[in-house]
Design a binder for this molecule. Structure first.
Ligand SMILES: NC(=O)c1ccc[n+]([C@@H]2O[C@H](COP(=O)([O-])OP(=O)(O)OC[C@H]3O[C@@H](n4cnc5c(N)ncnc54)[C@H](O)[C@@H]3O)[C@@H](O)[C@H]2O)c1
Length: 252
């Protein structure tokens, strides 16, 4: 067990599943204390149980990241539990696939509520703690935050907004010792992919295919490694980066 995160107090959303779960487990193995939140109470408890079984330190809590007051009290609880906060990881997110004509207002609002409002509420609440610790934030964005992707209007627009949040905060707080970066995964084998499985015959498949370059998609653990790098002191001079972890699909 290495100790890259020994003494670090880390708040992570989306910790019940996929990338969030893999990242929480990796960070705990490297010495961090975790405050794990998710809408899925049972899932986040399972993650924390796995961390504790392996000898790590973690707390589980249920949170809907789209509710501002709950985000504020959740950050306060985390800071009290851990005695401060060094890193905020906004991993929770969702999306879906639909032809532009069929995209609903409900899907649009939900994508922005979870993918943008949540990171905004949590970043604002965590700010005083992170400025004090000279910590950092890593947002899980997407290659959908770097370019357009057909049939993903709400998701792509929300991830572009998350990119704006990331880079604006990086500029405003870089000189005050707070780094803000984003990981931009390409297709990754998690539960999230189920939401993108309803490709219909009236969609042009060649427009979907171009999002993937490699034969195999990434595993959650591949993305977790990059989240951990950006959150660590190894990335001490990395700020405002949109760090693509996509096997090269956005290279050209
Ligand atoms: N899997 C991919 O192909 C892929 C590609 C690029 C980016 N991403 C991004 O990666 C991040 C993690 O997704 P994943 O692939 O691990 O999927 P996942 O579905 O396994 O995990 C997402 C987690 O977010 C939680 N969540 C959803 N809404 C929430 C809410 N309102 N409040 C709190 N938690 C909520 C879910 O319960 C789930 O545990 C997301 O931001 C997603 O947009 C995924």
């Amino acid at each position: 067990m290495t100790s890259r995160f020994e003494g670090k107090r880390i708040y992570i959303t989306g910790a019940a599943s996929g990338m969030g779960q893999a990242t929480a487990i990796q960070l705990a193995a490297e010495g961090a204390e975790l405050y794990c939140v998710d809408l899925n109470s049972e899932g986040v408890q399972n993650t924390v149980d796995a961390i504790k079984d392996a000898g790590g330190k973690a707390t589980a809590a249920t949170l809907n990241v789209s509710v501002k007051d709950d985000c504020v009290s959740s950050i306060a609880n985390a800071a009290e539990t851990m005695g401060g906060l060094d890193v905020l990881l906004n991993v929770a997110g969702l999306g879906g696939i639909a032809r532009f004509e069929n995209e609903t207002e409900q899907a649009w609002k939900l994508a922005f509520a979870v993918n943008v409002d949540g990171p905004f509420f949590l970043s604002q609440a965590a700010l005083p703690h992170l400025l004090e610790s000279k910590g950092n934030i890593v947002n899980v964005c997407s290659t959908a935050g770097l370019k357009g992707q057909a049939y993903m209007t709400s998701y792509v627009a929300s991830k572009h907004a998350l990119r704006g949040l990331t880079q604006t905060m990086a500029l405003e707080f870089g000189k005050r010792g707070l780094r803000v970066n984003a990981v931009c995964p390409g297709g990754t084998k998690t539960a999230f992919l189920a939401a993108f499985s309803n490709i219909t015959e009236d969609m042009d498949f060649s427009l979907i295919e171009r999002n993937s370059l490699q034969e195999e998609m990434a595993d959650a653990a591949d993305i977790a490694k990059s989240i951990c790098f950006l959150a660590s002191d190894d990335a001490s001079f990395v700020n405002g980066a949109m760090f693509a972890v996509d096997g090269g699909s956005t290279a050209g």
